[in-house]
Write a protein that binds this ligand. Structure first.
Ligand SMILES: Nc1ncnc2c1ncn2[C@@H]1O[C@H](COP(=O)(O)OP(=O)(O)OP(=O)(O)O)[C@@H](O)[C@H]1O
Length: 279
């Protein structure tokens, strides 16, 4: 039987005595938005610790604050309450984001946000260029990543010449180029067709295992969350809070066949049931 844990108790063991410093620690984090119509409490009281090498998926209904959490972790949005630490160091201090923490992050959002005047290869290589990696090395690395995401033959194309899914794959390759310690992904495969999405899931799993990356992955797709994650965090809206945290203990690497097993589908059903309960 699948065991769901209440969010309130989930962090106790992780932050207990002797535990290693988590890659990411979110404590009591909230974010309000002041609009013409009043205040929106987008998220409130978020507590979550993520260990090195852990893959955590955030799921929940539209508007429950998943993107808001990811943007705060990514240093793009300041929390109005609580603290965030990357490797034990505050991400935000005196209203400013710690630039040394941000360099550890790789970010892939819903839109690819490629530079239109750069080729695919130059887009993928850009973070390496900004870090001073030599031209030959960064082009070789970008070429490998282009192959990895299925863009071989399109290295010299410009973003406008690619489909939406191909642009997104280039954005993923770009985020992976620096082998980030914390990879933040917001529905990165939402625009891809089902087969490409499945392939990207397998490739992402392999890359994450190879690089021991820590990942926070937002998705609407429960199956995708359970396939990829070590823990699935389910949020509820108004204000956005963590409702449940579900460990997924299948060994890795996982094969697509896993998705046909009763054990896998029991976890998917349990999460779907939680989401249905909200209605
Ligand atoms: N810049 C903003 N200004 C005002 N309200 C905002 C802003 N950004 C988000 N919100 C509000 O905060 C809440 C959470 O939004 P958020 O985009 O984080 O949800 P989400 O779970 O990522 O949704 P989706 O699954 O649709 O992407 C929503 O009520 C949204 O309207």
């Amino acid at each position: 039987m699948t065991e769901m844990r209440d969010a309130t108790t989930s962090d106790v063991t992780e932050s207990g005595a002797g535990a290693e410093t988590p890659r990411l620690r979110i404590s009591g984090v909230g974010r309000d938005f002041h609009t013409r119509n009043g205040v929106t409490h987008a998220v409130s009281g978020i507590d979550l610790s993520i260990q090195r090498g852990e893959f955590v998926a955030l799921i929940g209904r539209s508007g429950c604050g998943k993107t808001t959490v990811l943007r705060m972790v990514g240093g793009l949005l300041q929390p109005t309450a609580g603290t965030m630490e990357v490797d034990g160091k505050s991400l935000w201090r005196d209203g400013r984001v710690d630039s040394s923490a941000v360099t550890k992050l790789g970010v892939v959002f819903q839109e690819a946000n490629l530079f239109p005047w750069f080729s695919v290869l130059d887009n993928i290589a850009l973070p390496l260029k900004l870090r001073g990696v030599g031209k030959k090395e960064r082009r070789a690395r970008a070429g490998e990543l282009a192959e990895l995401v299925g863009l071989t033959g399109f290295e010299q194309s410009y973003p406008r010449e690619l489909s939406g899914g191909m642009r997104q794959r280039a954005a993923i390759a770009r985020a992976l180029s620096t082998e980030p310690e914390l990879l933040l992904m917001d529905e990165p495969f939402g625009a891809l067709d089902a087969l490409t999405r499945e392939r990207m899931n397998l490739e992402l799993q392999r890359i994450v295992l190879d690089t021991s990356s820590t990942v926070v992955f937002v998705t609407h797709d429960i199956q995708e969350a359970v396939f990829l994650a070590d823990r699935v965090v389910q949020m509820t809206p108004r204000p956005g809070r963590i409702n449940k945290i579900l460990p997924v203990d299948f060994p890795k690497p996982r094969d697509v066949e896993l998705q046909t097993t009763p054990e896998f589908n029991e976890i998917v059903r349990a999460l779907r049931h939680e989401l249905d309960e909200e209605e």
